[in-house]
Design a binder for this molecule. Structure first.
Ligand code: F6P
Length: 537
């Protein structure tokens, strides 16, 4: 408890410590509270951390023995204790020559073989050597949900400038509207369908897969020939009718939300090609090496975790916003929502006891500058403090539109500056007077136009969003979640909280179909069932 108490005490000593004053007192603050690693700069100087607070946060990592837990993960120990599994998504991006043992068995030969099979298949599809009934594959549909969707869709959008393969579409929702609208524009004879599901039982995915197969079967004699499966469950993929040569398997030590590096990333590989996919893996592997070998005070994922802990567990800020000033990272907030909230949204510690304090925070966000014209009002003047995590590429991929990019960057920098500096009442009053207002009217308006400032943010800045850079960013956040989970005593790799809703949905289906009565349900559920049934009658 000592480091937690120290942190609470340090916060209590000066809860309203002005970040701007920290800068005024220390001309080197920006540099001292930033870390540069492999082309990316993490600047956490616009937070209320000072030397003592950072030292106490680092003591937390020692108290929970983060280095030993980290080693246990990389070494393939079964740290996902509730599912008795190792946690080895890092093996999926490990370079050739690495050895990773699970139960005494090196898993790397199989990982590398699957990686090579994926690359051969992707090359064949992209070159036209693999065809559909109507010739060259023009479109790929990835059917999957959660971790079997968010990583590939986020990555494909992020790396649009590198996409030179078939068009890739994503269907996740069981809402028939999504598959309907996706299939509407496609030719079944030149479409490849990827069914990505770790378990191959997820009802949304299996329902969409069956619909896609029926659609293809209406004009293609052998639809299974244009289906690919990505799963840990070969018997289920066989039962669905997909032959082993088009099944790309992986092991249960890859968590769904950590799976875009292996077979689940096939749609991304098809879009950008095996070489760029390799660069993505290399970026992830570089972050792995950094996370594994770097002391806490210099370690980007650890520092990101510590800033998060400071804001949520110590300062009590309930949410954090992820704000990429990079339109192509439009799905990064959604991706991080699953990564962070499914991993660390728990009330029970590893040993089964109740968690002592808050679990991971609510994570949300949107790309800038769009968010500025939507919810930034609350971030600047609302009563709730929202720590903001800005991401920014120093350059864009469109040199001919460099003036757009300068505006984008100026806006990103302006937001973190405005959040920190604010605008005092006196300045707002002066402005009101300058605009010709006087007396109570000027004072009232000045109060509306006052910004309290002192709102914390961090900025992750890098040169250009390349495949390598995206790999670094995703691995950075993965390890941040792990470090945060270890410090909080959470198992970040199970997700029991999603089960109850699934069970109840299964039970509600026959009720909605009218085969069973809703009488045992609560009044609200009965009312909603009645409304739906009435709409169908
Ligand atoms: O319901 C949650 C979840 O299990 C996620 O953890 C997972 O990413 C998603 O469903 C999809 O699971 P699967 O890949 O097995 O279809």
């Amino acid at each position: 408890m000592m480091p937690w108490n120290d942190l609470l005490r340090l916060h209590k000593q000066d809860p309203d410590c002005r970040i701007a004053a920290l800068f005024a007192a220390d001309p080197d603050r920006a540099e001292r509270f930033s870390r540069l690693f492999d082309g990316m700069l993490f600047d956490f100087s616009k937070t209320s951390l000072d030397d003592a607070r950072l030292t106490a946060l680092i003591a937390l990592t020692e108290a929970c023995d983060l280095p030993a837990r980290r080693e246990a993960m990389f070494r393939g120990e079964k740290i996902n204790t509730t599912e008795d599994r190792a946690v080895l998504h890092t093996a999926l991006r490990a370079p050739e020559g690495t050895k990773v043992l699970v139960d005494g068995q090196d898993v790397m030969p199989e990982v590398l073989e699957t990686r090579a099979r994926m690359a051969r298949f992707a090359t064949d599809v992209r070159s036209g050597a693999f065809t559909g009934a109507g010739g060259r594959i023009t479109d790929v549909i990835n059917i999957g949900i959660g971790g079997s969707d968010l990583g590939p869709v986020m990555g494909t959008l992020a790396l649009a400038p590198y996409c030179d393969g078939p068009r890739v579409h994503f269907v996740s929702n069981v809402d028939g509207a999504q598959i309907h609208d996706t299939l509407a524009g496609l030719d079944p004879a030149t479409t490849l369908v990827i069914v990505g599901s770790k378990t191959f039982t997820t009802v949304e995915t299996m329902t969409n897969a069956a619909t896609a197969r029926a659609w293809m079967g209406r004009c293609v004699a052998d639809p299974a020939a244009q289906f690919v499966a990505l799963s840990t469950s070969e018997d289920k993929t066989a039962a669905f009718g997909i032959p082993p040569e088009r099944v790309f398997g992986f092991e249960d030590w890859v968590g769904g939300r950590y799976s875009m590096w292996g077979p689940i990333g096939l749609s991304l590989m098809l879009a950008i090609g095996p070489d760029d996919f390799d660069a993505f893996l290399q970026g992830g592997a570089a972050m792995d090496a950094h996370f594994r070998d770097t002391p806490a005070a210099e370690n980007l994922p650890v520092l990101l975790a510590l800033v998060g802990i400071w804001h949520h567990q110590i300062c009590g800020y309930p949410t954090r916003a992820v704000l990429p000033y990079e339109q192509r990272l439009t799905r990064l907030p959604a991706y991080l929502q699953q990564l962070e909230m499914e991993s660390n949204g728990k009330s029970v510690a590893l040993d089964g006891s109740a968690l002592n304090g808050p679990s991971g925070p609510v994570v949300w966000g949107e790309p800038g500058t769009n968010g500025q014209h939507a919810f930034y009002q609350l971030i600047h003047q609302g009563t709730s403090i929202v720590p903001c995590e800005f991401l920014l590429g120093a350059r864009g991929h469109e040199p001919e539109l460099a003036h757009h990019h300068r505006l984008l960057a100026a806006n990103c920098l302006a937001q973190s500056e405005a959040l920190m500096r604010g605008r005092p009442y006196e300045a707002a009053l002066k402005e009101a007077h300058a605009a010709g207002l006087t007396g109570p009217r000027a004072e009232t308006l000045a109060r509306h136009r006052t910004f309290t400032g002192n709102r914390p943010s961090t900025t992750l800045i890098y040169d250009l969003l390349t495949p390598y850079r995206l790999g670094q960013i995703v691995a950075l956040y993965e390890h941040r979640v792990f470090a945060e989970g270890v410090i909080l005593g959470i198992n970040s790799f199970d997700q029991w909280g999603v089960e109850l809703g699934k069970e109840l949905a299964t039970a509600l289906r026959p009720i909605l179909e009218g085969q069973e009565s809703a009488v045992a349900k609560d009044g609200s559920t009965r009312q909603l069932v009645a409304f739906i049934r009435a709409a169908h009658s």
